[in-house]
Design a binder for this molecule. Structure first.
Ligand code: NAI
Ligand code: MG
Length: 492
């Protein structure tokens, strides 16, 4: 296959890095180079930041009506739908996710642009009564300005949509940096952004390494806000860098989300969702329900059913229609998953299923690993406490409701949590007790554009999606108009 040479998108133009350096993009299913992209350094990042700065300070974007901005977002959504199949193929080629899942992602990305296209002209400030009847007081909601956005490799186009759509709906200008290993669909999106007529500099998409180009976005004084999805470790570094000019910041970090299944649960339903909640997208999901707590009475039977299901998952070339699990997205991530599998064994956990890199036939060319189920774990083991970000589930028994809640909450993370029960009182009790930003009763992983997405504790700050993301991308300006005739009014 011919290696495609991409350029990056700055100020409405296609540019190389100023050094001419490029980065090889790999297909994780066979390790072949599929494309090259420019490798931006700090200097390239600064060029993109200044393009966004000019577009915000001097360009037509900020003065465009909210209705017009909304229409551009709808046009972008339509362009994504028109190209959905090509985009899905490219996403799978680059990230290793099964083609069926890529198709869903493309449709979800278009939905997200539509949601914010519709919201764009419904964002307003307030008129606020104050104690002086001769003061007319308003609160204006204004864009933050230039936003730097750094996204991960597990949902490349969808994460670009989650970041860009609310930022643009609220009138900001963006510099987006996709993960170095999965830059391609974001660059295809840039083509569509140009095609549908966004003004130059409103969206800039640069390719580069996190600690170099990404860090520049967090440090640069001309950037007003940084938005990030990725590891907690990098999130902490970005907070420190953002302090330089007191940037607004939102972080969607990792998780180690618990799922509690009670003895009264709809058993087959719970088995389905539990396996989906950890094995979808090869387990490379921030909200994966990776810690399973099973009531003592159902533990053995549940593990048995789950194991049967894991065995039946069709693993292979993600471009094939029937494939249910593809390769891990990179060698680095594969090594991390394998490291944790070995560590779990050393810590004394038992492998009920999987635990191996898959290397039979065609699979040996790629980064494949079997779905893995650890039983007999203790809550303080690293396999139970650390985010693995792969298809690795830990299973533990409990007897009492209080015990389950305590075990589930024993984590530094707090992105999502779930419970299976048919007892409505228990469902509500648990919903209030679990400390996470996303709570699922009788399912795992549903995600809607209308609802806030984000975590408690070290899973992040701020919320994406819904009306809630508007808070992250706007700032408030209070305006008072003095109608008092007498000088100094209320001071005298
Ligand atoms: P990462 O957090 O290093 O990478 C995510 C993004 O941050 C990429 O665009 C990367 O270029 C950028 N980045 C990396 N270092 C940076 C820095 N110093 N300054 C600015 N930007 C930086 O994640 P990585 O290394 O790919 O994966 C490591 C672990 O992170 C995974 O095993 C998983 O546990 C977690 N992770 C969580 C994600 C989530 O959705 N919450 C997504 C991706 C990874
Ligand atoms: Mg990293």
């Amino acid at each position: 296959m011919a290696v495609k040479k991409y350029k990056m998108f700055v100020d409405g133009k296609w540019v190389s890095s100023h050094t001419g350096e490029t980065w090889n993009v790999i297909n994780p299913a066979n390790q072949e180079v599929i494309a090259t992209v420019p490798l931006a350094d700090e200097e390239d990042a600064r060029m993109a930041i200044m393009a966004a700065r000019r577009a915000f300070d001097k360009g037509p974007w900020r003065k465009m009506s909210q209705v017009e901005r909304g229409k551009l977002l709808f046009a972008l959504a339509r362009a994504i739908r028109d190209q959905a199949e090509e985009l899905a193929q490219l996403e799978t080629l680059n990230s290793g996710k099964p083609i069926r899942e890529s198709r869903m992602d493309m449709s979800d990305a278009a939905d997200c642009f539509e949601f914010y296209g519709g919201l764009a002209d419904k964002i307003n400030g307030d008129i606020v009564p104050v104690p002086d009847p001769n003061i007319f007081a308003m609160v204006l909601r204004e864009p933050v300005g230039v936003v730097g956005q750094i996204i991960p490799w597990n949902y490349p186009l969808l994460m670009a949509a989650w970041k860009l759509a609310p930022a643009l709906a609220t009138g900001n200008c963006c510099v987006l940096k996709p993960a170095e290993i999965t830059p391609l669909t974001a660059l295809e999106l840039a083509k569509l952004i140009k095609e549908v007529g966004f003004p130059d500099g409103v969206v800039n998409i640069i390719n580069g390494l996190g600690p170099v180009a990404g860090m520049e976005l967090a440090k640069n004084e001309y950037v007003d806000k940084i938005a990030f999805t990725g590891s907690t470790e990098v999130g902490k570094q970005l907070m420190i860098a953002a302090a330089g000019n007191v940037k607004k910041i939102s972080l969607e970090l990792g998780g180690k989300s618990p799922m509690i299944v009670f003895e009264d649960a709809d058993f087959p339903l719970a088995v389905e969702w539990v396996q989906f909640g950890i094995f979808v997208n090869q387990g490379e999901v921030c909200s994966a329900t990776s810690r399973l707590y099973l009531h003592d009475k159902i533990h053995d039977r549940f593990v048995e059913e789950l194991t049967k299901k894991a065995k039946r998952i069709k693993i292979g070339n993600p471009l094939e229609e029937a494939t249910e699990m593809g390769p891990i997205a990179s060698e680095k991530q594969l090594n991390k998953v394998m490291h944790y599998i070995e560590l779990g064994k050393k810590e004394g956990a038992e492998i009920a299923y999987g635990g191996k890199r898959l290397q039979n036939g065609e699979l040996k060319k790629g980064f494949y690993v079997s779905p893995t189920i650890f039983t007999n774990v203790k809550n303080n083991m690293k396999v139970v406490q650390d985010e693995i970000f792969g298809p690795v589930l830990t299973v533990m028994k409990f007897r009492e409701e209080d015990e389950a809640i305590e075990l589930a909450n024993q984590t530094r993370y707090g992105l999502a949590a779930g419970v299976f029960t048919r007892d409505i009182n228990r469902a509500f009790r648990i919903t209030k007790e679990l400390r996470a930003g996303i709570l699922w009763v009788n399912s795992s992983q549903p995600c809607f554009n209308q609802l806030p997405w984000g975590g408690y504790k070290q899973s992040g700050i701020g919320r994406e999606l819904g009306r809630y993301a508007v808070e992250e991308y706007t700032q408030l300006k209070q305006v008072t108009i003095n109608l008092n005739e007498s000088p100094l009014g209320w001071y005298t």
